[in-house]
Design a binder for this molecule. Sequence first.
Ligand code: ZN
Length: 205
Amino acid sequence: MVKDGYVKYRAIHTPAGATESPLWAQLNEARTRLHDLGLVGEYPGGPGYGNVSVRLGENDFLISGTATGEKRVLTINEYSWVSSFDIEKNTVTTKGPVQASSESMTHGAVYRAFPGAVSVLHIHSRKIFDGMLRDGYPSTPAGAAYGTPEIALAISDCVARLGKPSGVIVMAGHDEGVIAWGPGIDKALDLVLELCTKYKLDAKN
Ligand SMILES: [Zn+2]
């Protein structure tokens, strides 16, 4: 398995207090739901996987922090504000009590590609990942390595090409990785839950 937790872009982080958002509580509830399904969590002895975000402005968003995967319920102090990001320059600028998820660029790529995207959920699941690849869902190239500008651009292209306010993508080059986005947190979560039903994920994956 390819594990999360390795930042390949240049992270410019400034320690600061938590950034509030009226949508945070809903985002955090969605994350807890995903954690209960095993779609966010921690590999045995390894780093965490899965992360959630909500858009704040045109080019910024709030995202769960790095190394938080194992916790079932997070507080606002375990989220970070991605104040800006630049795929081409491979930089992510963040502010908050914790460092942002190492997959912040992946989330940013979706927000950049589609202005209507309000929430991005990134999950890991063997069953859903294998099923989506088998069934020909939109996919990033298998050769695009995790955490690189190439995969961020591939995600951006994929989302822009689909041009839909909500959708799901399987990250072929990022084992077990799936992205869902929507015009609201509830819609993005619904899409993930639909995948759970379709691929018969009824317990921890
Ligand atoms: Zn991942």
